[in-house]
Design a protein around this ligand. Structure first.
Ligand SMILES: [Fe+2]
Length: 260
């Protein structure tokens, strides 16, 4: 399935609508617009993950229940480690750079959905195997955090993009700015890989749509072509059955969800 293939089945861009990147919206390029756009790409992977679980949960065949449970757990791990990495690393570093507590509201937003997300995670962890998974229970737990969760993931992008005009933002091209950009870029890529290679990183690659925004992000993140080709096929083979539920295939192209 390509972005233009007509299909009557819903895809993983609902119920949570994907977030437009600030780079696509503004056509501007500076450290904060780029950083917010890269963050936005990660948030959209998280949204495609949420949507793919939400839409497919009621239709999972018995033989696939273990794989679906693994897929759900990988999504949960991606979200929780993303939020934890931000709290412990990205937010403090950005606040130090700006000399301002710009993420105060963001902490409150995390606090608003994290306990509900943890309840979802605890439910998944409590299951001995996929045969015990109840789609009704899963959907009610997801619905409980959907609203504050969606609000937060949208707000954070707007906030980071807006920091370009912060009075203490280092001027574009200054050594301080170049250094900071390198640091944030490094954080962005290592925050996903540190979380887990066979589960979180593969979840990320299998939900990263290369056609998004007319292919603007087809080369993001910067991974050499042969490595990008091999990773989902070789490392992805570890949990091959999980990716049946992903929104994209090994080439980063949209694929049809498992829906009747
Ligand atoms: Fe984020």
């Amino acid at each position: 399935m390509s972005a233009s293939t007509p299909t009557s089945k819903p895809w993983a861009d609902q119920p949570l609508a994907l977030i437009p990147t600030p780079a696509f919206l503004t056509k501007q390029h500076n450290m904060w617009i780029s950083g917010a756009s890269h963050m936005c790409n990660v948030h959209n992977v998280i949204f495609r993950g949420y949507n793919s679980i939400y839409l497919q949960a009621p239709h999972v065949q018995e033989a696939d229940m273990d794989a679906f449970l693994g897929y759900c757990r990988a999504w949960c791990k991606l979200v929780t480690t993303h939020a934890e990495e931000e709290e412990s690393n990205y937010f403090p570093e950005a606040e130090k750079l700006l000399g301002d507590s710009v993420f105060e509201q963001t902490h409150e937003e995390h606090d608003a959905f994290m306990p509900l997300l943890q309840a979802f995670q605890q439910y998944l962890d409590s299951l001995e195997n996929g045969s015990h998974l109840s789609s009704d229970k899963l959907l009610s737990l997801m619905s409980a955090f959907q609203q504050p969760f969606e609000l937060h993931f949208r707000n954070e992008i707007k906030l980071i993009a807006s920091l370009a005009t912060h009075p203490n933002a280092p001027s574009e091209g200054s050594s301080e700015q170049i250094e900071a950009e390198k640091k944030f870029d490094k954080w962005g890529s290592s925050s996903v890989t540190r979380s887990g290679i066979t589960d979180v990183l593969m979840f990320f690659l299998y939900n990263l749509d290369s056609s998004y925004e007319d292919g603007l992000w087809k080369d993001w993140p910067e991974i050499p072509g042969p490595v990008r080709w091999l990773m989902p096929r070789v490392i992805g083979g570890w949990h091959r059955q999980w990716w049946k539920f992903a929104s994209c295939n090994a080439d980063g192209k949209r694929k049809e969800l498992c829906l009747p």
